[in-house]
Design a binder for this molecule. Sequence first.
Ligand code: ATP
Ligand code: MG
Length: 481
Amino acid sequence: ATAIDLSDPEWKLKYQRDFEERFNIPHITDAFPDAEAIPSTFCLKMRSPTYINNKDRVLLKVINYSSPASAGAVCIDPDCTWIEQWVQRAGPRENIYFRPEDVKAAIVTCGGLCPGLNDVIRLIVITLEIYGVKNIVGIPFGYRGFSDKNLPEIPLSRKVVQNIHLSGGSLLGVSRGGPTVTEIVDSMERINMLFVLGGNGTHAGANAIHNECVKRRMKVAVVGVPKTIDNDILHMDKTFGFDTAVEEAQRAINSAYIEAHSAYHGIGVVKLMGRSSGFIAMQASLASGQVDICLIPEVPFNFHGPDGVLKHLNYLIETKGSAVVCVAEGAGQSFLENTNAKDASGNKVLGDIGVHIQQETKKYFKEIGVAADVKYIDPTYMIRAVRANASDGILCTVLGQNAVHGAFAGYSGITVGIINNHYAYLPIPEVIAYDKSVDPNSRMWHRCLTSTGQPDFCNFYPHFSQSIKSSTKYKKNQKIS
Ligand code: ATP
Ligand code: MG
């Protein structure tokens, strides 16, 4: 984004123009002006009401923040007046830019598991078949499947995918790391539609594949479907799998509560997903109503000391007799040894904050001579592997269909998501510019604090404006977006 000078009387106009440029989604005709537009028969076949007009838009920002404080956000406009930001609506288009009989479509799933992957794969295949595509393949084990000669493409059809949503995981398998973008594009052979299901890393890869195809003048539509159980993709109401994850996480919290409540001075510790964003921990704590302490990466906390977590645990044991802690995996990393280890995709390997809390809690209560029965639950891989619940199943279905509509419409380098309850296409770079995170000053986080009743674990809020606002992450999140 270009820097906006608020003293410039024309800033709003420029801001609007900058926004429109950034959110303009790439089309096959940008690189191939002569690409033939073929009338679609999709709506006729499906007896659908109408096609989506290319000019149809979905409103990205709907709130007119009359006061920054009431919105829990810092507004860039001193008067906080309305700025309209619209993005392209998803759905079938009247003209398509690929002949179904010429299409070879490939689907690939990368990164970690997330409930709903099979649901999305299923609907991509089914929708492609409705368009008349016969040649559909799955790339096994993420991007790795593009380069590993021992991993042949998996032929896909309605028959193959009919029941795959009944179980979790990914029919195609997933992986991290793998070949370079050049190697991937080299091995794409006849593939001219590529559907990429994955998180920010996978999307960075998908965008690079799109750019490489444009560079090599290959007429390929690359369409992403954001898969992040952490719900940390920008602009979207939520990503698939998140609802299911919160629901399952709630079950783990409930078990921890029952264990803690049934033991003498029981303390249950539950570690949930959330590398840099605490949405799952926050929502699961809110949903369960059984959490006394919720710790997320966005909010620093003290462990020891008079305002620390341990002191509060002692207070809870004294007053309630038991306590439940819910911690996101990325929280409190400063307490753990930094090994500088990276996974195959180059992501930092985090220390285990759950184990740390368990050990430190045991040590603390031993030291102060108070009996405490500490139990630790890490439900991560149980949650990641479950099948999508009903609401995620529906979300996946619509995302899968719209991914195919987007590819046939000739868009490439795009991703599809739900925005203010409507489905929209967005250019990939805009959704992965940085991770969406919980705003510690937001109403939702404060609702969570109201629910747990936890104090500030480092005299944090009185200094909020200084400590948080000077952090780079906060600044990044306040970038005009
Ligand atoms: P998750 O939410 O599970 O972390 P992710 O998509 O972020 O999902 P990663 O393991 O980070 O998972 O990346 C998935 C794939 O994308 C890997 O094969 C990795 O090599 C590739 N990838 C990651 N970052 C980039 C990048 N900047 N450019 C090209 N490819 C990338
Ligand atoms: Mg990632």
